[in-house]
Each structure stands twice: as structure tokens, then as C-alpha cells.
Design a protein around this ligand. Structure first.
Ligand code: G4P
Length: 531
């Protein structure tokens, strides 16, 4: 027993399970590719290949999913990096931004926030950061594209603090910016890493020279003006910057900041190494007991348990099943083990399990806390389901997110109503879309975080249930759950009141301005962003 516990403890300590959060185009895919390069898994970067597929039109993307029968948008990848095991969760951005993106974050122990040095903190980053904050997920910040003309590093630090409301503490500092970007200096050791481009550009590791900040040699390698600027900034940071503490980082109070160019690889290895050192290993997860008590599930002391954070439909119409993605929270998973399915009250055998490395699916025989396993799901799993060897608790339900797109949907051919209803019930259960009803129950609408979810819904209704649908977008842009007396709430004239599937009142607004107006007008009510 003790040797098993040792094995689980060692494996849990090795795990770094994280998600990259960023606004589209900040460099998430490039950073992921380079992590594979620096882990030694690929010898030249450019193999993840999801970038091109992501930039395709939605329909092309779906055709491709269909052809391959497996997901192009890898949900999680696992690979060793030096002496740790990395589990990187994909948080789709671009037009595929959806509730999945948010839910996936709940499976992470930490997040890496990639910011474009020219653009600063952008909208999608802000939203994802808020989820990390709510879930108390520690965030590391990587300021990317330092090889391009960008904003002054001190301004970027100030923006992170002002916009996100978190202390930012620079762990290293750039030597030069734009075309003059040469590398980074470590603020603790005062070691300078200077990088040199290789013939293959960023496709192979950049060559690195290490020198001390004070060494005369540095003056022969970096021009005087750049060095003077670095020393000036470092002095300012010493005087006015935030100190870094690992404890404050783990509590989500401070974010360590790094500078790099993911394209040229300058500064990346320094960041990856620091990430491995700082990012938490597999953390305990909170669960509820049937008696309503909150308990913390220890990754090592508790036998195997996991929860479903994502269901990905297999777009291949010949195989209707989908994949349920589970985060292992405690104990050791072994293929073919029989576990309790808490919601159904039954036992299930976990046999068709796999993980993903780049594009390849691998059978998973064993997994440890922090790992993500995909299980081919013949319908028995729903988002939020808990499974375990012991039973007796449920992982906290995943938060529901405030939808931002709304529509009315109907079958084109009314005789298909039955198939349509069946398909909709399944899609809602999978979390593809949410359904909201008008207060008088006469009307119902679909709601989602991103537009792509509607495309996926229509596509699947057509291919899996043979129902063509007509979709009419509604002119609302945001929503909020209403807490307080519905009768006394005074909505703005262009807002609409509806109920969600749990009969909770929801207000749909045409703009965030209108939502703010409603807040000011109804000081005795609360408009909640997340349920
Ligand atoms: P995303 O996943 O966050 O959406 O961003 P992605 O990595 O796809 O990067 C978006 C664009 O920015 C890509 O260019 C990529 O090459 C470029 N990029 C990423 N990191 C850096 C960097 O550090 N410096 C510079 N100069 N560019 C960077 P693209 O032209 O859209 O794609 P591609 O044609 O190069 O593949």
C-alpha cells in the first residue's frame, strides 16, 4: 500500500497541468509548439498544425473533423519536459471560443497568460483571467512578440496590474525591444541570457550565451544604450516593483512576468524552466458530500477519482459516440478498472481510454492526479459527472457562464419536430448550448458563449438527427442571473427577462452599457455573471 502511495505521490508532484489563456493571435499556438520543441518531443517546431485548421471557415473545420474521425482541436496533450510531466489543456480561442474554453480551465492547476507586447491585455484574456481568479488558479504571465515593436515593458506591467487587478512581479527583464531584442536578464541572479538565431529560424532551439550582468564581456555583446535602459528599468523595479513570493503567487495575488519571443525562441527556455519550478503540481479538489458538507479530496490519500470537464462530440456520423474528458483528481487510474458512476448510481468499466500527444491518440493504461484522460463515451457521461472507487462525494458542479449570443431555432420541416426535440435534449445535456424560456413559458431560445456553438448545434442536428434547422439570432449581447425580487426589478426597456433550465431568472441585455444601467437603476438587486 505504501509503495502505491509513494508512486502516486511522486507522480502527482511531477505533474504540471495548465492551460494557456490569451487573446487570439497573441501566440498561444506558437508557445505550445515551442514547448514541444524544448521538451524534445519534436525536433522542428510547426507540427501541432492546429493553427491552419483553426483559421479555416467553420464548415471546413467540421469537414476535416469528420474526415479524420478524431479531433483536430486536441483537448489536452501530455509529454515530459525535463523532469516533470506536462499536461497542457487546450482552451480554444478565435471563433471557437465557447463554454468549453471556460470549463477546461477548471481542470487546470495553473494558467499561462500570453500577452502580445504591442497590444497589451485584450478582451478575451481579461475574460479568461476572471475565471482563473474565481477558481483561484495561479497565473504566470508571458509577454510575447518582444522581437516586434511593442509597448514599453514597464507600461505593460502597469497595464496588467490596472486592468486585471493583480500584482505583477517581473522575474526577468528584456534586453532590448523590437529588432534589438537580444534576450533576458534574471532579476534574482543577474545572469543575462543572450540568444542567437539559428539557420532554421525559430523552428529549432535558439543558441544561448550566458553572462553576468556586471561582466565587462556584456558590454562587447550589447550596445551601450540598450544596457543603460536595462539598468535604469531594473533600478526602478527594485525601488517600486512588486516583490515575488511563491505563496502569494499560489494564492493568486501576484503573477510572475516573463518576456520572450515565441517566434524566435528568445527567452522561451528561461520561461519554461521557471514555469516548471513555480507552477503547482496536482492540487487537491473540493467536493460535496451527500450531507452537504464540503471536503477537500487529497490527490494522494484518496483512491482513484475523476470528473468530466468536457464532452467532445465525434463528428464522424458513422460513429455517434463522443469523447468524455476527465481530470484525474486522486489516486491511480488503471485501464479496465471498474468505478462508481456517482450520478447514475451504477458501476462502469473504464476501458476505451486515451490521451493525446500532438495529433496522436495513445491508449492510456495508467494515469495519475493531474492527468487528463479521454474516454470514448457511449452516452453515459455528462459534463460535471464524478467517478471514483469509493463513492460518497461529488466534485463541485462546474460553473455556468453568462451567455453572450442568443437565438431562436426551429426545424425547417415541422414533421421533424420529434427528432429535433430529441437532438436538442442531447445537445443541451452535452453542454453545446443552453436553453432559456420566456417567463410565460411560451417561447424558448438557445444561448451560448460563442457563435460557433450554434454552428456546431445546427451541423450536428443535420448530420446526426437529419433535421435541417432555421436559426434567427436575437439582438442581445450579454446576460446576467438576477438575484432579488423579480417583481420589483426594473429592466432597461430594451432588455428581456427569461428563465434558465433551473427556473432562475436571467436578464438579456443589448449591450454591457445597458447591463450597467440596470445595475445602477436597481441597487437592491444583484446581477450575477456566473452561476
Ligand atoms: P494564437 O494561437 O494565440 O492565436 O497565435 P499564434 O501562435 O497562431 O500566432 C499568431 C501569429 O503571430 C502567427 O503569425 C505567429 O507566427 C505570430 N507570432 C507568434 N509569436 C510571435 C513572436 O514572438 N513574434 C512574432 N514576430 N510573431 C509571432 P501568422 O502570420 O498569423 O501565422 P503563420 O503564417 O506565421 O503561421
Amino acid at each position: 500500500m505504501d509503495s502505491l502511495r509513494h508512486e502516486i505521490r511522486a507522480a502527482a508532484r511531477q505533474r504540471r497541468t495548465f492551460a494557456i489563456i490569451s487573446h487570439p493571435d497573441a501566440g498561444k499556438t506558437t508557445v505550445t509548439e515551442k514547448l514541444l520543441l524544448y521538451s524534445g518531443l519534436v525536433r522542428t517546431a510547426g507540427m501541432v498544425g492546429s493553427r491552419k485548421s483553426r483559421k479555416m471557415a467553420t464548415s471546413d473545420w467540421m469537414e476535416m473533423e469528420q474526415e479524420r474521425g478524431i479531433s483536430i482541436t486536441a483537448s489536452a496533450m501530455q509529454f515530459p519536459y525535463k523532469d516533470v510531466v506536462i499536461n497542457v489543456l487546450d482552451t480554444p480561442g478565435h471563433q471557437d471560443f465557447s463554454e468549453d474554453t471556460y470549463r477546461t480551465l477548471t481542470a487546470a492547476d495553473s494558467a499561462v497568460m500570453v500577452i502580445d507586447a504591442a497590444k497589451g491585455v485584450e478582451a478575451q484574456t481579461r475574460k479568461l483571467f476572471q475565471v482563473c481568479r474565481l477558481r483561484r488558479i495561479p497565473v504566470l504571465t508571458l509577454i510575447n512578440k518582444m522581437d516586434l515593436p511593442g509597448r514599453p515593458p514597464l507600461d505593460l506591467m502597469a497595464e496588467v496590474e490596472a486592468v486585471l487587478g493583480i500584482h505583477a512581479s517581473a522575474i526577468n527583464w528584456p534586453i532590448g525591444v523590437g529588432s534589438q531584442f537580444r534576450g533576458v536578464v534574471d532579476r534574482t541572479t543577474h545572469r543575462v541570457s543572450l540568444f542567437h538565431k539559428t539557420a532554421a529560424g525559430g523552428a529549432t532551439k535558439a543558441l544561448r550565451t550566458e553572462v553576468a550582468l556586471q561582466s565587462p564581456e556584456l558590454k562587447t555583446l550589447v550596445d551601450e544604450e540598450t544596457l543603460a535602459q536595462v539598468c535604469h528599468d531594473l533600478e526602478l523595479l527594485e525601488m517600486a516593483g512588486n516583490p515575488f513570493s511563491q505563496e502569494a503567487f499560489l494564492r493568486g495575488e501576484v503573477t510572475p512576468v516573463f518576456f520572450a519571443s515565441a517566434l524566435t525562441n528568445f527567452g522561451l527556455e528561461n520561461f519554461f524552466d521557471a514555469f516548471v519550478r513555480m507552477a503547482p503540481s496536482a492540487q487537491p479538489r473540493v467536493a460535496d458530500t451527500p450531507a452537504g458538507e464540503e471536503i477537500s479530496i487529497d490527490p494522494v490519500e484518496m483512491p482513484f477519482s475523476a470528473y468530466v470537464f468536457k464532452i467532445q462530440a465525434n463528428m464522424n456520423p458513422r460513429h455517434r459516440d463522443s469523447t468524455a474528458f476527465l481530470r484525474v483528481c486522486s489516486g491511480k487510474f488503471e485501464r479496465d478498472m471498474v468505478v462508481r458512476h456517482h450520478r447514475l448510481g451504477t458501476e462502469v468499466r473504464l476501458s476505451r481510454t486515451h490521451s493525446l500527444v500532438a495529433q496522436d491518440r495513445n491508449i492510456v493504461d495508467v494515469a495519475y492526479p493531474g492527468d487528463i484522460i479521454g474516454i470514448v463515451n457511449p452516452g453515459q457521461f455528462l459534463i460535471g459527472d464524478t467517478i471514483s472507487l469509493t463513492g460518497g462525494f461529488n466534485y463541485k458542479p462546474l460553473p455556468q457562464f453568462q451567455p453572450e449570443v442568443f437565438a431562436r431555432i426551429q426545424p425547417v420541416d415541422v414533421s421533424k419536430r420529434k427528432a429535433f426535440d430529441k437532438g436538442m435534449t442531447q445537445m443541451v445535456a452535452e453542454g453545446t448550448v443552453q436553453i432559456v424560456h420566456s417567463l410565460n413559458e411560451h417561447d424558448s431560445f438557445i444561448a451560448a458563449v460563442g457563435r460557433l456553438q450554434f454552428d456546431v448545434l445546427q451541423y450536428r442536428l443535420k448530420t446526426e438527427y437529419r433535421v435541417e434547422t432555421a436559426l434567427e439570432l436575437l439582438p442581445f449581447e450579454c446576460s446576467a442571473w438576477l438575484m432579488g425580487d423579480v417583481a420589483t426589478f426594473r429592466p432597461p426597456s430594451d432588455a428581456m427577462m427569461v428563465k434558465d433550465h433551473q427556473n432562475r431568472p436571467v436578464v438579456l441585455f443589448r449591450s454591457s452599457w445597458s447591463k450597467q444601467f440596470a445595475r445602477e437603476r436597481n441597487p437592491n438587486h444583484t446581477l450575477l455573471e456566473m452561476g
